[in-house]
Design a protein around this ligand. Structure first.
Ligand code: SF4
Length: 219
């Protein structure tokens, strides 16, 4: 819900925008970086990047311009479509990253096939270093509550360690916010599903279930 909610939404009396800023602040406390600029992967990571920049004292700036006519890449149906989606979806503002050590803030890494291309775009634009900071813990288990992440084997954090993911995406460093830090930013752990981070589901699930099994019956 943190990722799909509108920024002006309020749940449990907390503004989604403020919670996202808190996530960035916690991330800066847990995983500081030696860098020149903090940039978000737009749009949902913008408040977290502002929070990270504010807490760390590193300049915030835009690094990517997003084509608003291309949807979220991690829910595209195939790997090649997802990779093509990144190239179509983002342009880099070269002068904001040229010869700079960049902290790139993103809200999640699901399959890991958008993070690498984004880092490559920044390095091709002249960034000296790209330090990736993610505002949630590694996603190791699929969602059965409605977020289309694919199967467990599709999740890069199910297959690889954080260091292996760092190498795979070619980041200079990679860190994920801890579950404790995430819940601190949200304000409470009570009543929130954490299953994709912990594998502990709030209801019985069959890990072999795949959404395409249901979709085959849909005309
Ligand atoms: S598993 Fe739970 S926390 Fe993860 S996306 Fe689904 S509903 Fe949200």
């Amino acid at each position: 819900m943190i990722y799909f909610s509108r920024p002006d939404a309020v749940w449990d009396g907390k503004s989604v925008h403020q919670v996202r800023q808190n996530l960035g602040r916690e991330l800066a406390r847990e995983y500081p970086a030696e860098a020149d600029v903090v940039i978000p992967v737009p749009d949902s990571s913008i408040p977290a990047a502002i929070g990270y920049a504010s807490e760390s004292g590193i300049l915030y700036n835009d690094g990517f311009i997003k084509n608003r006519y291309v949807g979220r890449t991690f829910i595209e149906p195939t790997d090649s479509l997802r990779k093509r989606g990144v190239a179509l979806k983002f342009n880099v503002i070269n002068e904001n990253v040229l010869n700079k050590r960049v902290v790139m803030i993103d809200d999640s890494i699901v399959r890991g096939n958008t993070t690498g291309p984004l880092i490559k775009l920044l390095k091709d634009a002249g960034a000296d270093e790209v330090h990736v900071r993610i505002t949630c813990p590694p996603i190791t288990s699929p969602c059965f509550m409605g977020v289309d992440m694919g199967k467990q084997d599709d999740l890069i954090a199910h297959q690889r360690t954080v260091e292996e993911i760092r190498k795979y995406v070619n980041a200079n460093s990679l860190s994920y916010l801890s579950l404790g830090g995430m819940m601190k930013a949200v304000g409470s752990a009570d009543g929130y599903c954490q299953a994709c981070f912990t594998g502990e589901y709030p209801l019985p699930v069959d890990l072999e279930t795949v959404k395409t099994g249901f979709e085959k019956g849909i005309r």
